[in-house]
Design a protein around this ligand. Structure first.
Ligand code: AMP
Length: 422
């Protein structure tokens, strides 16, 4: 039997890949406007990085990592997300000493999680994400949110919902944590095994449980917003004020907690509200993680970022029936008749490509009519016709495929003459 693609992965074929290119280019262009710069980190890292950086109590670390031992006995893991590695690199490369602060970075690449595959959930998926490290100005929180919304808007998405929350600072979180423990403890036996162990380790994550989310104690759980100390409340107010000033609509949802540890203050998610979009509606998740750089061995540095997957973005765009701008066709298609002309087309093709034109020719020994058809199918602006007689006289015919107009050009200065046409 033929070997098949692994479960939860996909091939992205020509025809589909143009959508990816459009999204990638748009995201990169937006990063240029917002002054975020690309960083590339390895696909695999020491397993410990994710245990510390994502958090031992998370589903990602407990159940979803592709971990292996290499031939030297090192414990390695295919990255399940981008933030931990970016923060590691920030600390390792001492970017906290950069002249320009905050350090604003973006990444784009495959992530790996051993999850149950379904619509919008893959085992290998591509995340685009940004991280702004070094600033504790609420305006940077608003900027990061604006960048995510801006990319979506630029790509034509309209049916979006931005939800924000504050998880507060350490003091607020401790107060909230105690309230949560008091709330859940008397009936913790009614919750799943994971939640029982979360009660002491990280009770906030009970609110994020997929199994128990309908339990009546969930709805009445103490809200973090009631436990924010003055400083945290002020910070959150400022973020909201800035978003309003930027005319970015949002809703506050005090039950929004991010699945990863080390988040504090601002947390946000962007959901698709397009009718018919699958069960999983979250397109983008982000938030502030002021404790993480220190946890990774760097100096105490605040940070905030977000990540979204291209897969979910594409399905949101498809559900909203957004037009994917198609790459324009090629400049020219060379149609040659006879052996000599065919041989000559090799030189012409090379010369034109060196001059920066996108050009194609027939390699299947097709007849004249079929070659014209191919030129049309590829959306060629011109076809360049070389026949035996033309070759003898040192000329070729250039046909404008839209108007049907034909023109003769000399072979000798062909590229130059063609440049004037296009
Ligand atoms: P997370 O890192 O879990 O906060 O996820 C951030 C974003 O990555 C989500 O909002 C999705 O857009 C995307 N994402 C996470 N897991 C998957 C997956 N298994 N397949 C596709 N996209 C995913």
């Amino acid at each position: 039997m033929a070997v098949q693609i692994p479960r939860g992965t996909q091939d992205i074929l020509p025809g589909e890949v143009e959508k990816w290119q459009l999204i990638e280019e748009t995201a990169k262009k937006m990063c240029q406007l917002y002054q975020y710069h690309e960083i590339r980190t390895p696909i695999f890292e020491h397993t410990e990085l994710f245990q510390r950086g994502v958090g031992d109590t998370t589903d990602i670390v407990q159940k979803e990592m592709y971990s292996f031992q290499d031939r030297g006995g090192r414990e390695l893991t295919l990255r399940p997300e981008g933030t931990a590695a970016v923060v590691r690199s920030f600390a390792e490369n001492k970017m906290f000493g950069n002249a320009t602060q905050p350090v604003k970075l973006y990444y784009l690449g495959p992530m790996f999680r051993y999850e149950r595959p379904q619509a919008g959930r893959y085992r290998q998926f591509v995340q685009f994400g940004v991280e702004a490290l070094g600033s504790m100005d609420p305006a940077i929180d608003a900027e990061v949110i604006s960048l995510a919304m801006g990319i979506y808007r630029q790509l034509g998405l309209k049916k979006l919902r931005l939800v924000i929350n504050s998880l507060g600072d350490k003091e607020s979180r401790v107060a909230h944590r105690n309230a949560l423990i008091n709330h859940f403890q008397p009936r913790i036996q009614e919750f799943c095994k994971d939640c029982q162990s979360r009660l002491e380790k990280n009770p906030l994550r009970i609110l994020d449980c997929k199994k128990d989310h309908d339990h009546e104690l969930m709805g009445s759980a103490p809200s973090i917003l009631d436990y924010l100390n003055e400083e945290s409340a002020q910070y959150f107010n400022k973020v909201k004020e800035y978003l309003k000033a930027m005319k970015i609509d949002f809703q506050v949802d005090s039950t929004l907690v991010r699945g990863l540890d080390y988040y504090n203050h601002t947390a946000f998610e962007i959901m698709s509200e397009a009718e018919g979009f699958g069960a999983i509606t979250t397109l983008c998740g982000g938030g502030r993680y002021n404790g993480l750089v220190k946890e990774m061995g760097g100096p105490d540095t605040p940070g905030i970022g977000f990540a979204f997957s291209i897969e979910r973005l594409i399905s949101a765009m498809e559900t909203e029936e957004v037009q994917f701008e198609r790459e324009n066709g090629i400049d020219a298609y060379i149609i040659s008749l006879g052996e000599e002309a065919k041989d000559y087309s090799v030189t012409l093709l090379e010369d034109m490509r060196r001059a920066g034109f996108s050009v194609e020719r027939d390699y299947m020994d097709k007849k004249l009519k079929a070659q014209f058809k191919a030129a049309e199918r590829l959306g060629a602006t011109h076809s360049i016709i070389i026949g035996e007689d033309e070759l003898k006289n040192g000329i070729v015919t250039v046909k404008n495929m839209t108007t049907g107009e034909q023109q003769e050009c000399s072979l000798q200065n062909f590229v130059e003459e063609y440049s004037k046409l296009s």
